[in-house]
Write a protein of this length. Structure first.
Length: 281
């Protein structure tokens, strides 16, 4: 069976960091994988008084540094979660610079990332770029488990029912490969493809099903039909209807000047999903 050997979970000072770390730790324990918790937030700029030669007046150049209160919250969260016996977690941190670029570099050495859905109402997570998840996915290429804001309602480790949104292409294939360790342990794996071309639709789901069976994925169920008017909302409705614990999908878009131009389906899922997503770009 496929295995996960290294996980990287993102920590910030937000109110959802603890649940994210708890789930990452449980997943690492299940696969006996190395787990690193990386604290990464955007720096803020503070004035540092320095003497101005010849004028006797102070200058105030701007120096970027991480808000110490945010770091204390993140470290307290880490210590609280890891003070109980269980799978070991390594603390690491980014102390300055662009958190997306640095996190993405670290992500190159992980099998799976554990990230959190953006919460616009979480004042304690204001130090995070709104597009952190999308940008890290695009910059690193590493599959990511994106946990919803109310993640306590879900158990990713024991995901018995998984929905795979299939669109023949690199992104979806990458997401499925990243999800194989979880797919192999699922009770049911639902495959959905919506297309106006029934012959192509049937063929691509046949080929995907055959590939998954070669990797010991069982309990396959197919969903076919014409494209819905809003694929994102349709996927969420299907996931709710079958009781899915996880949705696997390619993250479509391109990375340009720190702007990820996402398709409507990906935007909808990242904004509205109430279940964990496993995404890859």
């Amino acid at each position: 069976m496929e295995e996960l050997r290294s996980l990287l979970v993102h920590l910030d000072g937000g109110s959802h960091a603890a649940a994210r770390l708890v789930h990452a730790r449980a997943l690492a324990a299940r696969f006996e994988a190395r787990l690193s918790a990386l604290f990464a937030v955007s720096p803020h700029f503070v004035p540092v008084p320095l003497p101005a030669p010849g004028l006797g007046l102070p200058e105030a150049p701007l120096v970027d540094e991480v808000n110490p209160r945010t770091r204390r919250r993140a470290r307290a969260c880490f210590d609280h979660v890891t003070e109980t016996s269980g799978w070991p977690v390594r603390w690491d941190e980014i102390t300055g610079g662009d958190p997306v670029e640095t996190f993405a570099r670290r992500a190159l050495y992980a099998d799976l990332l554990v990230l959190g859905q953006h919460d616009p109402w979480d004042d304690d997570a204001r130090d995070m770029p709104r597009d952190f998840v999308e940008s890290v996915l695009a910059a690193s290429g590493t599959p990511a488990l994106v946990l919803p804001r109310d993640v306590t309602a879900h158990a990713v480790v024991d995901a018995g029912c998984i929905l795979v949104a299939w669109r023949p292409g690199r992104e979806a294939a990458h997401a499925v490969r990243g999800a194989l360790p979880l797919l192999q342990r699922a009770r049911e794996v639902h495959l959905v493809n919506w297309s106006d071309d029934e012959a192509v639709q049937r063929l691509c789901l046949d080929e995907l099903g055959e590939q998954l069976r070669l990797h010991a994925v069982e309990g396959l169920v197919r969903h076919e039909g014409p494209p819905p008017s809003d694929p994102g909302e349709a996927l969420l409705a299907l996931a709710a209807g079958i009781g899915a614990d996880l949705l696997v999908m390619g993250c479509y878009g391109h990375h340009r000047a720190r702007e990820l131009m996402l398709g409507g389906t990906t935007r909808t899922l990242l904004r509205e999903a109430r279940l964990p997503l496993l995404l890859a770009h």
